[in-house]
Ligand binder design. Structure first.
Ligand code: PLP
Length: 346
């Protein structure tokens, strides 16, 4: 049972209290895990809790999806087995042949999938430089472009895109705007408030927060036809989240604001210190005045710039790999958003 809403409480309170959850069956103050794959019918043939079978829904999704919806100020959310399952579902919900625009710099796994999906005829794809609204405008095909995808800040060089500006351009052309907001998190940016239609998260990162659960989410501004198609695909493609994994993500979200703010403060401190380091050619971090979209980031990201930064090491690839190999605290492993400090050469 949850009752707290965004009209009455700050987002950090909603997250910490899981919307005021208590278990109606036991009085437990943390969400229960329901492993059942199937649910009883009532004498009148209905389902008491509206759930028939766990490929379509699970009671443990309710707290997770309701909380993400509140944090993103949306209308509804869906959780998935990974960030990739969430993102690919958004594209698979389009009609074959729809035109899509995405940034050239974005999470590489999704960009590769988009190129492959376009090559096999699933959609028409244009990749544009990240953060460049002029290039976005030039690529838009009014009436034909169905979806504009952004990632801001963009992994791994952390360009920032003006979400409100992109939303205006996309909407003028009759397209949806979707934002991968994994790196910003709702702590710093709420894309739907800025005009986006869909927000995606790799919940594997900051939502879970402890590098021990793979998950993804989508949140919509409106439950329209395209959204219903995503609901249908989650159930029928079967890329669903297990009930224990959903529980872990809810547990992670309770400390999201504390973790993300602390990690972001540390990243800013490191970026400022490292910017003066003679062994580095550049420090890429939206919180630095030297970042090309720093002003936009300061305006769009409220209270911090995220916890991801990239370093360009003098001496090229070999030197960069050597630096990564010799760090003492940072572990050399891919991913982000956990409590560990990770480093990776790209
Ligand atoms: N989006 C971003 C920005 C990511 O960094 C990642 C993974 O690294 C993904 C999406 C994909 O998420 P997942 O690994 O949960 O499928």
């Amino acid at each position: 049972m949850t009752g707290m809403r965004r009209t009455d409480y700050q987002p950090e309170t909603l997250a910490a209290q899981v919307l005021g959850y208590s278990d109606p069956a036991t009085g437990g103050v943390v969400p229960a895990i329901q492993p059942s794959t199937t649910y009883l019918r009532e004498p009148d043939n209905s389902y008491r809790f509206g759930i028939a079978y766990s490929r379509a829904d699970n009671p443990g999704y309710r707290e997770l999806e309701a909380l993400v919806t509140e944090l993103e100020q949306g209308q509804a959310s869906l959780c998935f087995a990974s960030g990739m399952a969430a993102a690919t579902t958004a594209f698979l919900a389009l009609r074959p042949g729809d035109h899509v625009i995405a940034p050239r710099v974005m999470y590489w796994g999704l960009r590769n999938w988009l190129v492959d999906h376009a090559r096999s005829g699933g959609m028409l794809l244009d990749l544009v430089p990240p953060g460049d609204l002029g290039a976005l405008q030039a690529a838009l095909r009014p009436g034909k472009t169905r979806l504009v995808w952004l990632e801001t800040p963009a992994n791994p060089t952390w360009e920032v895109t003006d979400i409100a500006g992109a939303a205006k351009l996309a909407h003028e052309a009759g397209a949806y705007l979707a934002v991968d907001s994994t790196v910003a998190t709702p702590v710093f940016t709420r894309p739907l408030e800025l005009g986006a239609d869909l927000v995606m998260h790799s919940a594997t990162k900051y939502f879970g927060g402890h590098s021990d659960v793979m998950a993804g989410t989508l949140t919509c501004a409106r439950t329209d036809e395209l959204w219903e198609r995503m609901v249908y695909l989650r159930s029928n493609l079967g890329g669903i989240l297990g009930p224990f994994e959903a529980w872990l993500v809810v547990r992670g979200l309770r400390t999201l604001f504390l973790r993300v703010r602390a990690a972001s403060e540390t990243a800013l401190y490191l970026a400022q210190r490292l910017e003066r380091h003679p062994g580095l050619v550049a420090v890429l971090y939206p919180g630095l005045a030297s970042h090309p979209q720093h002003e936009l980031a300061a305006h769009q990201m409220r209270g911090g710039f995220g916890a991801m930064l990239s370093l360009r090491v003098r001496g090229g690839e070999e030197a960069a790999i050597r630096v990564a190999a010799h760090l003492r605290l940072f572990k050399r492993a891919t991913s982000l958003g956990g409590v560990e400090s990770l480093v990776e050469h790209r």
